[in-house]
Design a protein. Structure first.
Length: 433
């Protein structure tokens, strides 16, 4: 697929590196671009002369697709299509993002989120077709095709159905997280912009094979966290155990943020962020090789999103230090100190400072507590002692003639559950005597 990039900005110089990366992520080969600095043209987005220049470039290069890094209305899409050679598709930034999401969606949850985003994108267009066609008593919308009033209702019904199914999936995932907490696991989430290196960092932190959230993956697809230099490699969530003794820590890699996303798209993937909102600690991963102004803007956006519902501490991880000098790193740390007052600097690619990050994770997670339980000597007692061994750091077990003394340290939730089970044992023992 051969694509021409087009972008208009109100003022200044149009920046096209991100839209080029997005196009490449979707499988397009970018063979040219047309940019313009001016106010938006209602009919074409770009000016009439620039639109003709775009059409000429498409004809010269035999491009198959024009990708706008602007949001196009249906009328603008139609008008641009009229200027271009037959068969050339015109898509905008958000259609491209949805296309990438669709390619990456492996789980049922991810597929539903993509479908929900597509429907939310289509709904206002269906509403516009219906209202304008009714107003003008016109059989079609400006040559865009026949309108169907029932289509608008169908979209709304599908949106409602998908939201209900996503809520059921979210409840199942929340139950899974709670079971892990009850079993003594600390939950850490990786957040940040796409291509910041979250998946690579997850592999460095891992101490085992993956503990997979994606239980309904297609059997012919690899579910491990990839480390490719590709946008949106991680659309679902992947969870692995981290090497932090004596804790049991699970780290989850989540979908990456991307700049300038419309509200409807963020809403469609909001459930993916539940892994972040329900974590005990969030690692906000940043690509420190990017310009400092861009890093600052992304940190602001991430903080606005994460602090909306998140109560867990957030640790900023400045990744890709292998790509900057020590002097540049020091300057950026100083410039970003207000948003990232005590960051950890790492190279996920090389493994540099990963041990320091593991130590920081241990320090930021809830402190473990010490406990000593005296248990009656019954047949069920050994089952509880075994459970404590599995979910805590046991310091000593002393067996007496009539009781067992267990000394251990663990998460507060594990200690609470151990106390409850010990109380049940004592009550059962008292009732039987």
């Amino acid at each position: 697929m051969r694509a021409i990039i087009a972008k208009r900005v109100d003022s200044g110089t149009p920046e096209t590196s991100e839209i080029r990366d997005l196009a490449a992520a979707a499988g397009y080969t970018v063979i040219g671009e047309v940019t313009q600095s001016r106010r938006a043209d209602p009919a074409l987005q770009i000016g009439e002369g620039k639109a003709q220049e775009l059409a000429d470039l498409v004809a010269e290069t035999d491009a198959t697709t024009v990708i706008f890094d602007n949001r196009l209305g249906p009328y603008q899409t139609y008008n641009l299509g009229q200027l271009l050679p037959d068969g050339v598709e015109v898509i905008d930034r958000f259609t491209l993002i949805l296309e990438i999401f669709g390619q990456r969606a492996q789980t049922r949850k991810a597929q539903l989120q993509v479908e929900l985003a597509e429907l939310r994108y289509e709904l206002p267009r269906a509403e516009a077709k219906t209202s304008l066609a009714k107003r003008d008593e016109h059989p079609g919308f400006m040559g865009l095709g026949e309108y169907d009033e029932s289509r608008e209702q169908d979209i709304k019904a599908q949106i409602s159905r998908i939201k209900d199914e996503l809520e059921r999936i979210e409840r199942t995932e929340e139950h899974r997280r709670e079971r892990r907490r009850d079993s003594g696991f600390d939950l850490v989430a990786l957040a940040g912009y796409t291509n910041a290196g979250k998946s690579t960092l997850l592999r460095q932190l891992s101490s085992d094979l993956e503990v997979d959230e994606n239980e309904d993956l297609h059997p012919d697809l690899d579910s491990t966290a990839e480390s490719k230099d590709k946008l949106f490699t991680t659309l679902g969530t992947t969870t692995r155990r981290a090497a932090i003794e004596p804790r049991d820590v699970l780290v989850t890699d989540t979908v990456g943020f991307i700049s300038d996303l419309p509200h409807w798209l963020v809403e469609s993937f909001k459930s993916t962020l539940d892994s972040v909102y329900r974590a005990d600690l969030v690692l906000l991963v940043v690509d420190v090789s990017e310009p400092v102004d861009e890093i600052h803007e992304k940190l602001v956006t991430c903080h606005d999103t994460l602090y909306e519902r998140n109560e867990a501490p957030i640790v900023t991880v400045l990744n890709k230090i292998d790509q900057v000098s020590d002097e540049e790193l020091a300057e950026k740390r100083d410039a970003l100190s207000a948003l990232a007052p005590n960051p950890v600097t790492v190279s996920a690619k090389d493994g540099t400072n990963v041990d320091a990050l593991l130590e920081r994770i241990d320090a930021e997670l809830p402190d473990w507590e010490r406990e000593r339980l005296v248990l009656p000597m019954t047949d069920e007692t050994m089952s509880l002692v075994s459970w404590i061994h599995d979910n805590a750091n046991v310091e000593d077990v002393t067996y007496g003639d009539e009781d067992v003394l267990v000394s251990f340290e663990a998460r507060p939730a594990v200690i609470s559950q151990a106390r409850s089970r010990a109380s049940e044992l004592r009550t059962a023992t008292a009732e039987s005597t």
